[in-house]
Design a protein around this ligand. Sequence first.
Ligand code: IMP
Length: 417
Amino acid sequence: MKRVAVVGAQWGDEGKGKVVNYFAKDFEWIVRFAGGANAGHTIYVGDKKYVNHLLPCILPDGPGRGFLGAGMVVDLEQLVTEVEVLAKDFPGVGAKFAVDPEVFLVLPWHKQQDQLLEAMRADPIGTTGRGIGPAYTDKASREGIKLCHLFDEKMLMERLENSWVIKQNLYRDQLSMPPAELAEALMRQRDRLLELGVQVTGAVDMAHVFRSTSVLFEGAQGVLLDLDFGTYPFVTSGSCMAHGVSSVGFSTFELDDVAGVLKAYTTRVGEGPFPSEDDSDEAQGIRERGKEYGATTGRPRRVRWPDLPALRYAAIRSGLTSFVITKADVLNGLKTVRVCTGYRIDGVVRDVPSTSHDFFVAEPVYEELPGWRTTDDVNFLKYMTFIEQQVNVPITYISYGPRTDEMETKSRLIMNI
Ligand code: IMP
């Protein structure tokens, strides 16, 4: 049975939604395993655009189904809205989704805490404000609320009351929505979700299904935003790597492929180190051509040249076995493409940073490659070969536009050149 994980190989926003949506026709289940509504995965059905923040990028009009795994943190209100939006165009689509009762909930408190903490930080992280950090913090500190708690009202109230007392001590009167009001809202959202046909079923009960069919695991954000190995503290709070599939009961050894999605250049939204820094007009022009504005927050993304040390690090950390390159067309027409091939750290040029701290002190070392007119140009092929040889991971697919069908295999592209 085919099992593939698709993860971001950079700082997120590589186009994972489109890539997952393209592969979706070959898989029975698409499974999100981490993150929350901080993600913004854009898909097209025909010419119509949808941005999924929580929902896995299934084909809404296809036979496949989507699962929200226990590593996620789920804002129920947002989930209901997303299903409602899709259900308007695809009646009954809710029944194509199941969510693990072990997921932790993002509560309104978490979103308020997210804003308050950012305001208190001397060096703000530039979070999406979706309550992700506080929700994962509550999970780790054992104050979290799981979806399964909504099916035991007594326990839900007890847990909310306990958590509220702690939060009141920490935040005084800065948080709104006391437990009774919140419990009522959560129960309403739970009922609406069930009314829309979404099933609440855990990975334990789904194990026999997942193990007897094809599964595509849809990662969120990118390896360099991973809580453990990204550019800490300028990271998200969930797992962005393939090993996150463990929250759905799988081991990475069971994966046939860990596909890293790689944008032909580099972007990052939010604060934190970004070594392939270059503020030339050319680099900034890429932002406009690539429409580099966040799908979740609308913030302009920081745009830089391709960064091979960062890719090597991501490939090692997340065990990437292939690359899918996206947005190659955005670089069309440049005379030369500057590629960061090394990081100078303490005076020594290195191929790959050893630690997440190295990203903070690295100075980029560049090589220039000839640009290309279109992605059918031989120079684009040379660019891809350069990346493959330098990072030691093969590029298998190329995405050359936002629509789902604007993608082809590398071998097909070579035949056209
Ligand atoms: P948080 O996940 O909202 O806490 O944000 C932490 C950092 O991760 C910030 O720099 C965000 O901009 C970044 N981030 C979170 N989700 C995404 C994403 O889906 N794409 C790109 N950056 C993200």
